[in-house]
Design a protein around this ligand. Structure first.
Ligand SMILES: C[S@@+](CC[C@H](N)C(=O)[O-])C[C@H]1O[C@@H](n2cnc3c(N)ncnc32)[C@H](O)[C@@H]1O
Length: 275
């Protein structure tokens, strides 16, 4: 089926995905993967390398695209950034505002589609931060890259920390060394994916369908270059934030790697680009 509109208008993917994310939220608020209790007690949900990479964010303006219920956004606020989070799930934005109020952290949370972010937010930022399961929900990388550009101040930076498209191809069963899914996505997206389960099961079948796109690294990089950004760094990681297979071993930075004797694989990547 040809994609009628790369931006996705006139297609059902947006409503389907939003319903799935709204329904997933209550489980995620209780999930040990997110560990809201630790955050309430003062912990950061960010990875060590993210904090080290971006350095001192005090006083810098940061927008977090697809921020879910704002845990990472509020972690940047805890480090002193002036933060804005955006997500198309109104339920997630309400939960994020409640968490900000409860923890006394200042933040603005806006309910909007990523593709409408520049008009919905009406301002530009020093840092656009995004990732960890964000890009697979978007059909069009060219349009996303233009949104990122339009949100950045001159000299501002995109910090993207995302699952590697190769990680997507691996069979959930077994030990993570078997390929199951395609690297390239059909135009209509992958529709057999169902609900996300990385942070707990899904209770209702009716809202469990979703549409996703695996975006090859070349597609992401090329979209950003075409939008006028300068790529500063593309770092592939042999570690995963999730313990996706039982045989994985925990590393000193708290991430998970393949065990000795198994081939290493690119599980995640960091991409930094400047406007
Ligand atoms: C896996 S979360 C990623 C957020 C964050 N990295 C995390 O792990 O909490 C994906 C988020 O993308 C949001 N999302 C998906 N498609 C979107 C769109 N078109 N516009 C805005 N938000 C979207 C969902 O509501 C969900 O909160």
């Amino acid at each position: 089926m040809p994609r009628q509109d790369k931006g996705g208008q006139g297609e059902d993917w947006r409503e389907q995905n939003r319903a799935m994310w709204d329904a997933t939220l209550p489980g995620h608020l209780k999930s040990p993967v997110y560990d809201v209790e630790a955050f309430r007690a003062g912990a950061l949900s960010l990875q060590k390398h993210e904090v080290e990479d971006l350095g001192d964010v005090r006083g810098r303006s940061l927008v977090h695209l697809q921020c879910h219920f704002g845990l990472d956004t509020l972690s940047w606020a805890r480090l002193g950034a002036q933060v804005t989070g955006l997500d198309f799930s109104g339920a997630a934005m309400a939960a994020a505002r409640a968490l900000a109020a409860e923890t006394g952290l200042e933040a603005r949370f806006v309910t909007a589609d990523v593709y409408d972010a520049p008009s919905a937010l009406g301002e530009t930022y020093d840092i656009v931060y995004t990732g960890v399961g964000a890009l697979p929900w978007l059909p069009d990388m060219d349009r996303w890259a233009r949104v990122v550009r339009d949100l950045l101040k001159p000299g501002g930076e995109l910090y993207l920390f995302e699952f590697h498209p190769v990680e997507w191809m691996l069979d959930e069963a077994g030990d993570g060394t078997r390929l199951r899914y395609s690297y390239f996505t059909p135009p209509e997206g992958f529709r057999e994916g169902g609900a996300v389960t990385y942070a707990g099961g899904h209770e209702s079948e009716s809202d469990a369908s979703s549409v996703q796109w695996n975006h090859p690294l070349g597609e992401v990089v090329t979209a950003l270059i075409h939008a006028g950004l300068t790529i500063m760094e593309l770092r592939e990681l042999d570690r995963n934030i999730l313990e996706s297979w039982e045989s994985m071993v925990k590393t000193e930075d708290g991430l998970y790697a393949m065990p000795p004797g198994k081939p290493s694989l690119p599980f995640m990547y960091v991409l930094r680009a400047k406007c």
